[in-house]
Design a protein around this ligand. Structure first.
Ligand code: DX5
Length: 234
C-alpha cells in the first residue's frame, strides 16, 4: 500500500484565464506566485467545443517558466500529437481515456518519448477504465466539469469517483498522482481533497482571487492540506 499521506497537495494553474497576448509574462508571474506546475489546456474544437494552444505557443512560453509544464490534451487524435507537445517542453502529457482506442499503448508511448504520462476521465467515465493501466500512468486526472471552458461549476457527484480512484491507487502501491480539474476554488478544493485528490488544477478560481495569484496559491494549498490531514486522520 502506498501512503497517500506522504504527498503534499500540488496547486497547478490552468492558463486559460491568462492574457494570451502576454503569455511569457503570465507564466513568469505564475512561477513567482509559487505554483507547483503549469497546465496548458489543449483543445482541438472537436473533442471539446473550444480551440486553444498549439505546441509552438507552449514552446514560446517554455523559456519563461521555472516550473514544469503539463499538457492536457482534449483532442480526438492524441497519438498524432504526443511528440509535438513533448518537444514543445511539456514534462507531463495527459490524454483522455475517451479518445484512446489503445490507452495502454498511448501511455507507454508518452513515457518512451521521455515525458510522464497521465490519463483524464470526463465526468461520465467510470474509474474502472484505468484499472489495468495504473502501471503505465503517472497521473489520473478526474474532470470535475465537462471540459471545454473555464469558469464552470464544480460537479460534486464526481467525488465518489475520486474516492474510488484514491482506494485503487493506494491499493496498487504505485506513486500515481490523483488530479482534479474544473471549478476548483478555496471552497470546492476541500471536498475534492477530502475525497482523495492530491493535485489541483485551478483557472478562474486562482486568477479571480482578490488578493492576487500568490495569495490564491497559498489559500488553495492550505485548504487542500487541512482537508487531506482530516481525511487521513479519520
Ligand atoms: C476544461 C479546462 C478547465 C480549466 C480550469 O474545461 O481544463 O477545467 O482547466 O477551469 P476553471 O478552474 O476556471 O474551472
Amino acid at each position: 500500500m502506498t501512503d497517500s499521506s506522504v504527498r503534499q497537495p500540488l496547486v497547478v494553474p490552468s492558463v486559460l484565464p491568462a492574457d494570451f497576448a502576454e503569455l511569457g509574462n503570465e507564466v513568469q508571474a505564475l512561477c513567482e506566485a509559487g505554483v507547483d506546475r503549469i497546465q496548458w489546456d489543449v483543445m482541438d474544437g472537436v473533442f471539446v467545443p473550444n480551440l486553444t494552444f498549439g505546441p509552438d505557443v507552449i514552446a514560446a512560453a517554455r523559456p519563461h517558466s521555472a516550473v514544469e509544464f503539463e499538457a492536457h490534451l482534449m483532442v480526438v487524435t492524441p497519438d498524432e500529437l504526443l511528440g509535438r507537445y513533448v518537444d514543445a517542453g511539456c514534462e507531463l502529457v495527459i490524454v483522455h481515456a475517451e479518445a484512446c482506442t489503445h490507452l495502454h499503448r498511448t501511455l507507454a508511448r508518452i513515457r518512451d518519448l521521455g515525458a510522464r504520462s497521465g490519463v483524464a476521465l470526463n465526468p461520465h467515465t467510470p474509474a474502472d477504465i484505468v484499472e489495468h493501466v495504473l502501471g503505465e500512468t503517472d497521473l489520473v486526472l478526474v474532470m470535475t466539469v465537462n471540459p471545454g471552458f473555464g469558469g464552470q461549476a464544480y460537479i460534486p457527484a464526481v467525488e465518489s469517483k475520486i474516492a474510488r480512484l484514491r482506494r485503487m491507487i493506494d491499493a496498487s502501491g504505485l506513486p500515481v498522482e490523483l488530479e482534479v480539474d474544473g471549478g476548483i476554488t478555496a471552497k470546492t478544493i476541500r471536498s475534492a481533497s477530502a475525497a482523495g485528490a492530491d493535485v489541483f488544477i485551478s483557472g478562474s478560481g486562482l486568477y479571480a482571487h482578490p488578493a492576487g495569484k500568490a495569495a490564491a496559491v497559498a489559500e488553495l494549498r492550505a485548504a487542500a492540506s487541512e482537508s487531506a490531514s482530516q481525511r487521513k486522520a479519520a
